[in-house]
Ligand binder design. Sequence first.
Ligand code: H2B
Length: 92
Amino acid sequence: MNKLSESEVKKKLSRLRGWSLDGNKIRKEFQFNDFDGSVEFLRKIAPIADALDHHPDVCIYYNRVIVELSTHDVGGLTELDFQLAEKLDGLV
Ligand code: H2B
């Protein structure tokens, strides 16, 4: 996977909703009713990430889930991060 240029990242980011650039990562906060909602979301994320062999950094704060995506292998963002972001958006 090729590392995307800054302009490619900005273009792809503008097509997503709620994701922002944070250094070499993109991040989004998802909100749920309670902790159970957050855990349920994580359970849905896991098989999707495994299928893509691309794994998000995930932090749960009760009813909020912060997801960060980057491609460690290239030290930046690739098409895979944006593919996964779209799939996660499709879950909620
Ligand atoms: N997930 C993410 N987010 N970035 C990676 O570079 C990455 C990964 N690499 N999951 C994969 C696993 C790699 O370590 C394995 C060996 O395929």
